[in-house]
Design a protein around this ligand. Structure first.
Ligand code: NAD
Ligand code: MG
Length: 410
């Protein structure tokens, strides 16, 4: 059969040359602000259609003044009201949407071409699915949405002809290394090698992990990121989520996804082919690179990141992940081998445990204990719809809360 002209590389390229209207979900966060930084460098190609945030009204107001979106969404009614008042008193025309499905509306609006999904956690799943159902170009930073959504997420993307582009730096790297002809992957690709920084506690005595404070966990060596992903990087649960993310994005068997520690974060990930040849993607650790790559793909645009200076580069080193120090990493493969929905349980539990740690109610090394106990306690039922998934997510959160209370710090 003839290839679908609307789905091919040429169509993508053609569309990438037209001015794109963008919705940024989570615009006040680390990925959101980096996205707007790249967009601001290419105003002739990108126009901001809508922005969304949880609570940061002041920053949202400044973003509305700079990018003049048609719509803005805040997660809670009081923040939405405050933003609407401030927009009015500053003479700005952005309309604040307040309905319960406002995020889905701005993600699927007919005028929108591309959606940057940069909300943190499972809260981003419903708008991601809305964008996919509307056949949008979906730039996915929100890895938890895919970890929870799994097969349902990927089916929705496929069925509605959406274009899913990874923003997570490792997955962007793999995407760039893989052949464009997806059908040829089974014949050509042997395995995926995800690199991991090892986080701030790679060399710390495992016996002292219980003393780690939120401030120490959020001080990542190479990146400034949101607090949740910073803690996930410190426990390596971030890499566990990324293994699951890679399984779905690239339709790869779990045992063909490997993790290697690479503290300098210059090699962002690699693909090993059947003949043992390895392709890697390199660059300075700056999220604007994968963001620019996703925004413009298959074109390339300036990201604002500094190019690599090989003359000044220190040694690139690689080592095996320490299973004692990072017991959470292996939960990814275990959850992928278990029944469908187990990865959603793992994600929900981890969100609850990380929040408890950040609020100083739970010791750092208990995050893994909560996740393990929640996985042992809850056997996922058969899943069909988004509602089934959200019900499972809620149930897992309840169990994780109980576990976290049991180990609550005094
Ligand atoms: P962040 O905490 O800095 O920002 C999160 C954004 O989502 C903020 O705008 C916040 O207002 C909004 N938000 C939070 N909870 C919400 C809710 N319940 N409803 C609606 N909006 C909500 O986080 P981040 O570091 O930018 O990460 C965002 C996502 O990107 C995460 O899934 C993370 O894993 C992923 N990611 C981040 C990086 C990075 O370098 N920061 C790299 C790779 C992937
Ligand atoms: Mg990553």
């Amino acid at each position: 059969p003839a290839a679908d002209p609307a789905a091919g590389h040429d169509a993508l390229l053609f569309r990438a040359f037209m001015k794109q209207k963008i919705t940024v979900l989570g615009s006040t966060g680390s990925i959101g602000t980096n996205t707007l930084d790249v967009v601001a460098r290419h105003r002739e190609h990108y126009e901001v259609f809508a922005l969304s945030a949880a609570t940061q009204v002041d920053l949202m107001l400044r973003q509305c003044a700079e990018f003049k979106p048609a719509y803005a969404v805040m997660a809670s009614a009081p923040h939405a009201k405050l933003l609407a008042e401030q927009l009015r008193s500053n003479g700005l025309a952005t309309e604040v949407l307040q309905s319960p499905d406002a995020l889905e509306q701005i993600a699927s609006h007919p005028e929108v071409d591309a959606v940057m999904a940069a909300i943190v956690g499972a809260a981003g799943l419903a708008p991601c699915l809305a964008a996919a159902r509307a056949g949008k170009r979906l730039l996915l930073a929100n890895k938890e949405a895919l970890v929870v959504g799994g097969a349902l997420f990927m089916d929705t993307v496929k069925r509605h002809g959406a274009t899913l582009l990874p923003i997570d730096s490792e997955h962007s790297a793999i995407f760039q290394c893989l052949p464009e002809d997806r059908a040829s992957w089974p014949d050509r690709v042997d395995s995926l090698l995800l690199t991991a920084s090892g986080g701030p506690f790679r060399l710390r005595d495992p016996a002292t992990l219980s003393e780690i404070t939120p401030e120490q966990a959020c001080a990542h060596p190479n990146f400034s990121m949101g607090r949740k992903i910073s803690v996930d990087s410190a426990t390596m649960m971030n890499k566990a989520l990324e293994v699951i993310e890679a399984r779905w994005l690239f339709d790869m068997a779990p045992d063909k996804i490997k993790v290697v520690i690479h503290p300098q974060q210059i090699v962002h990930s690699m693909v090993q082919f059947k003949d043992a040849s390895v392709l890697a993607q390199l660059g300075t650790p700056d999220m604007r690179v994968p963001i620019a790559c996703g925004l413009a793909w298959p074109r390339r645009i300036a990201s604002g990141a500094a190019p690599l200076d090989f003359a000044k580069l220190s040694a690139l080193t690689f080592e095996e992940a320490d299973a004692v120090r990072f017991p959470g990493l292996h939960l990814s493969w275990q959850a992928l081998r278990a029944s469908e929905g187990t990865t959603a349980v793992l994600n929900a539990s981890n969100e609850v445990a990380v929040a408890a740690f950040l609020e100083r109610r739970l010791a750092f090394d208990r995050i893994h204990a909560v996740n393990l106990r929640t996985l042992e306690t809850l056997l996922p039922p058969t899943l069909g719809s988004l509602d089934d998934l959200l019900a499972l997510d809620a149930q897992a959160r309840e169990i994780a809360h109980t576990m976290a209370r049991q180990w609550q710090l005094q």
